[in-house]
Design a protein around this ligand. Structure first.
Ligand SMILES: *[C@@H]1O[C@H](CO)[C@@H](O)[C@H](O)[C@H]1NC(C)=O
Ligand SMILES: *[C@@H]1O[C@H](CO)[C@@H](O)[C@H](O)[C@H]1NC(C)=O
Ligand SMILES: *[C@@H]1O[C@H](CO)[C@@H](O)[C@H](O)[C@H]1NC(C)=O
Ligand SMILES: *[C@@H]1O[C@H](CO)[C@@H](O)[C@H](O)[C@H]1NC(C)=O
Ligand SMILES: *[C@@H]1O[C@H](CO)[C@@H](O)[C@H](O)[C@H]1NC(C)=O
Ligand SMILES: *[C@@H]1O[C@H](CO)[C@@H](O)[C@H](O)[C@H]1NC(C)=O
Ligand SMILES: *[C@@H]1O[C@H](CO)[C@@H](O)[C@H](O)[C@H]1NC(C)=O
Ligand SMILES: *[C@@H]1O[C@H](CO)[C@@H](O)[C@H](O)[C@H]1NC(C)=O
Ligand SMILES: *[C@@H]1O[C@H](CO)[C@@H](O)[C@H](O)[C@H]1NC(C)=O
Ligand SMILES: *[C@@H]1O[C@H](CO)[C@@H](O)[C@H](O)[C@H]1NC(C)=O
Ligand SMILES: *[C@@H]1O[C@H](CO)[C@@H](O)[C@H](O)[C@H]1NC(C)=O
Length: 761
């Protein structure tokens, strides 16, 4: 007799069966512990053994078992004389039947039986496990997911937009866990292995029996079927909530004036004028030198508001920083081709608002140049006051230059530093303008494509990898810097700066299809084990910008729904601005603000002006639809439109040592809490405001006499010029430029060459 032992394994879903000992078929010689377990039916709706091997006109029990052993399986079954199946289980409620049912001779040996029609001769080297037919998974679901039902999918246009496939190992839990991680409240599996995620909407239920395919990774549960989704919804607290602001709270875009150029970098100078650079030879206006200084107090007078600044080489896709020398010179490095690639250019802001300067960019590549050619480099101010120039390409669409160099070139240094991780290109595709930030630990955050790492500020070697940056829910192959460009922001840090710095990167795009990402990801790189937090944005966004506001919030704006950086490659402008408020709980930090009417695609910028408005510029799409964009706009956040009077203050000392206590005086009546914010000077390009940082230093006031305490060191605050705002509750003052940390690398004495202005230290 057959001896069968029933055994509850997982909620009574499986049955363990002892090897059949009493009835042996004709002499079969099997390896080791392989035994005959009896004659089984096929499953109720699927195969009882799921891995079918090619039919074999010469099948024997031994040959089928050998094939299954070769593939690492512990169960083998023969059916119809010539068919061989392998698996680790018997599935789908297959029943043991009479041995006499398996009565077909094996095609390769008429002395053995190889099952019959709908009957399998089953062999195994282990305790045989028989799974009952799969059911809809309703228990042991992750988070607050619940089964909704078997749902009809649309033939044209899936009801949930994001699909990923796992043919071998799909499970309901893994699918919907991914959906909620990326902020989607509906998900499920179709065709057994297609995982869909999206927002729960209008769905049509089908009969439960329509969803009849077992999950390949979980034979106990159902994973939809053709055009049917085993559909689940998140029933807990909303994963993401977005506000939509109206009226003054929504902020306002206002046309300012047209510029004589299509900028690709914008930088607010310490005299509150704005320096724009553009690529030379823009199609429409190729007679510009490539740079203008903009005096916002003279806008909109086209003739006087812009002053052309001469350049000798082409700054197309270079990098700019404001130096911490006492003149607040701007440095611009790298560029387009030939000699431009090694360009090092300096500009000294001169004269106050309303009064023209007379100077231009200073450069002489025969005397002062980068060591390596760099198109699309990143520039970073190091804690020691030197500038680090990172990566780039060797000319137009040339190979990546996998090196960094320090400017000014340290004595005795003759070569740049090669770094293996800078070679990282994906499928030969360029990933440049890596996103970098100095961390309070003293190390640096470095990210490119979907990789992030901590690197040393001394030799720039990798210290450790951070977890891979999540991309889209259905595609981890997504990037965040050029050309799959999202936008990076640093969240504000407040005295005593013990909370770790958080880096946030919003948007970007998938590789290949260039489907704009609808999430921001953030992490605290200095915290060991810190994972990426994913927060969904109200819309998808690529080639966008992010600006730190004086009140600690950030604004995400510009960009497109789809595409990537590059000419003619971004589509569907995303005109709406989004406010990100780090003081709110994760998942409830974003508010949709008002929209512009101007598409800001590739090569657009956004910078914080001294009055708290954002100057929005650029868009150089070179496509047949969207214009080359000369128009400048201001975006006024709610604090500008609130009607509250701007607070005022005076400060005598604008050159702060680390840790210094600096007096200032309130000169208006304050009704709210007095706070100070420090917003570091930036060069805004390619979704990356290089130099950005926001600090809320300690402040104390007695009447109108206040003091502010400078940040403690060059790790929390690398040497920099900052816009100092004093806030009365939510309302920021006009900013005053202060320098923090001095000029430790004595940039003010550099370069000692004819034709260059040196402010001294
Ligand atoms: C196995 O037997 C049970 C009880 O007779 C029956 O309900 C079930 O449908 C059978 N399974 C298959 C796959 O035929
Ligand atoms: C079938 O297999 C046997 C034993 O493995 C072998 O001797 C014979 O040649 C094979 N026949 C064919 C037609 O492949
Ligand atoms: C059964 O065979 C497979 C290879 O086909 C092997 O991986 C597995 O360890 C074996 N199981 C036992 C219990 O020996
Ligand atoms: C399948 O999924 C299970 C459970 O998540 C996991 O343990 C296993 O490694 C996966 N196997 C493959 C081949 O991916
Ligand atoms: C829901 O979908 C059904 C079938 O497609 C349609 O008839 C119905 O109008 C839809 N309801 C809503 C509110 O969209
Ligand atoms: C400027 O553009 C015009 C018209 O496209 C072209 O003929 C001319 O060569 C360009 N000049 C330069 C300096 O690129
Ligand atoms: C460029 O040329 C256009 C007309 O061809 C002229 O209107 C414009 O002023 C010039 N711009 C500069 C910066 O010279
Ligand atoms: C500044 O100089 C430019 C010429 O470069 C001139 O067009 C403009 O009127 C001057 N602005 C003022 C305020 O003098
Ligand atoms: C850039 O390319 C030029 C020309 O091929 C070559 O001479 C030079 O060494 C390259 N520079 C770098 C940094 O790769
Ligand atoms: C420095 O670079 C030059 C080429 O520019 C090369 O010949 C030399 O070997 C390099 N030196 C070192 C120490 O890498
Ligand atoms: C700053 O650090 C870099 C990297 O170690 C070094 O090359 C450079 O010389 C340092 N600058 C100063 C001013 O010490």
């Amino acid at each position: 007799m057959v001896s069968v032992r029933y055994f509850a394994v997982s909620a009574a879903l499986a049955v363990l069966v002892d090897a059949q000992s009493s009835i042996e078929q004709r002499a079969v010689e099997l390896p080791d512990t392989w035994k005959y377990y009896g004659c089984y039916t096929e499953g109720s709706s699927g195969r009882s053994l799921s891995n079918q091997q090619p039919d074999n006109a010469n099948l024997t029990v031994e040959s089928c078992v050998a094939i299954c052993i070769d593939s690492g399986y512990s169960v083998a079954g023969m059916e119809y004389g010539a068919q061989c199946f392998c698996d680790d289980f018997v599935r789908d409620g297959a029943n043991l039947t009479a041995d006499a049912d398996c009565n077909m001779d094996c095609s390769g040996d008429a002395s053995e039986f190889c099952g019959a029609g709908n009957r399998l001769s089953v062999y195994s080297n282990d305790t045989l496990v028989v799974f009952q037919p799969p059911t809809a998974q309703t228990a042991d679901l992750p988070g607050s997911w619940e089964y909704y039902g078997c749902v009809v999918d649309n033939i044209d246009g899936n009801i949930l937009p994001y699909m990923s496939e796992d043919i071998d190992n799909a499970t309901i839990s893994a699918c919907i866990e991914g959906c909620s991680r990326f902020g989607y409240n509906a998900g499920g599996i179709e065709y057994g292995y297609q995982c869909f995620c999206g927002d729960h909407g209008n769905v049509t239920l089908a009969p439960e029996s329509d969803c009849n395919e077992a999950c390949p990774g979980d034979a106990h549960h159902l994973c939809g079927s053709g055009n049917r989704i085993s559909y689940y919804t998140w029933t807990g607290a909303p994963l993401t909530t977005w506000q939509t602001a109206t009226g003054a709270a929504a902020g306002l875009y206002e046309f300012l004036m047209s510029a004589p150029l299509v900028p690709l970098i914008s930088t607010v100078s310490i005299n509150d004028k704005v320096v724009f650079v553009e690529k030379h030879g823009t199609q429409v206006n190729n007679n510009s030198s490539g740079s203008f200084e903009f005096d916002p107090t003279l806008a909109p007078q086209y003739g006087t508001a812009f002053r052309e600044l001469q350049l000798k080489t082409d700054v197309f896709c270079s990098a700019s920083l404001v130096l911490p020398d006492k003149a607040g010179r701007q440095i611009n490095v790298g560029g387009w081709s030939g000699d431009s690639l090694i360009g090092v250019r300096l500009f000294t802001p001169q004269m106050g608002l309303g009064v023209n300067g007379t100077n231009s960019w200073e450069e002489d590549f025969t005397e002062l140049a980068l060591m390596d050619a760099r198109w699309y480099p990143t520039a970073v101010m190091l804690s020691n006051g030197s500038v680090l120039v990172v990566q780039g390409e060797n000319g137009s669409d040339g190979p990546i230059v996998p090196t960094v160099e320090v400017v000014p070139r340290p004595a005795g240094v003759t070569n740049s530093t090669h770094l293996d991780y800078l070679e990282l290109t994906v499928a030969g595709k360029i990933q440049s303008y890596p996103m970098i930030a100095i961390l309070p630990s003293g190390n640096m955050f470095f990210s490119q494509y979907n990789n992030a790492r901590i690197i040393s500020q001394t030799d720039f070697s990798q210290i450790r990898m951070l977890p891979q940056m999540p991309g889209a829910v259905n595609n981890p192959e997504a990037g965040r810097n050029y050309p799959l460009q999202g936008t990076m922001g640093l969240m504000p840090q407040s005295a005593p700066y013990t909370d770790p710095l958080t880096i946030i990167i919003c948007g970007g795009t998938t590789d290949g299809a260039n489907f704009g990402l609808d999430n921001c990801i953030s992490t605290q790189p200095d915290v060991q084990g810190s994972e990426w937090t994913i927060e969904r944005m109200p819309t998808r966004r690529v080639v966008s910008c992010m600006v730190n506001l004086p009140d600690g919030r950030l604004i995400i704006l510009n960009g497109a729904y789809n595409g990537r950086a590059g000419f003619g490659l971004a589509t569907d402008p995303n005109l709406g601005a989004v406010l990100y408020d780090p003081s709110q709980p994760v998942g409830a930090r974003m508010t949709s603000l008002s929209s512009s009417t101007i598409a800001r695609l590739y090569h657009s910028e956004a910078v914080l002006m001294p009055d708290g408005r954002i100057l929005v510029s650029g868009s150089d799409p070179q496509d047949p639809i969207n214009p080359e964009e000369y128009r400048l706009e201001y975006f006024s956040p709610d604090y500008i439109l609130s009607g509250a009077a701007k607070p005022t203050f005076t400060i005598a000392d604008t050159d702060w040592a680390y840790g210094a206590t600096v007096p200032f005086t309130l000169t208006s009546a304050f009704s709210g809490e007095v706070k100070v914010s420090l917003i570091a000077a930036v060069g805004s390009t390619h979704g990356y405001n290089m130099g950005q940082r926001t600090l809320f230093p300690a402040v104390s006031c007695s009447g109108t006499a206040c003091t502010v305490t400078a940040p403690p060191d060059a790790h929390v605050s690398p040497p920099a010029w900052y816009q100092m705002f004093v806030l009365d509750g939510p309302t920021p003052s006009h900013s005053v430029w202060v320098r923090i940390g001095g000029d430790p690398a004595e940039l003010g004495n550099w370069p000692d060459l004819p034709g260059f202005t040196r402010p001294g230290v």
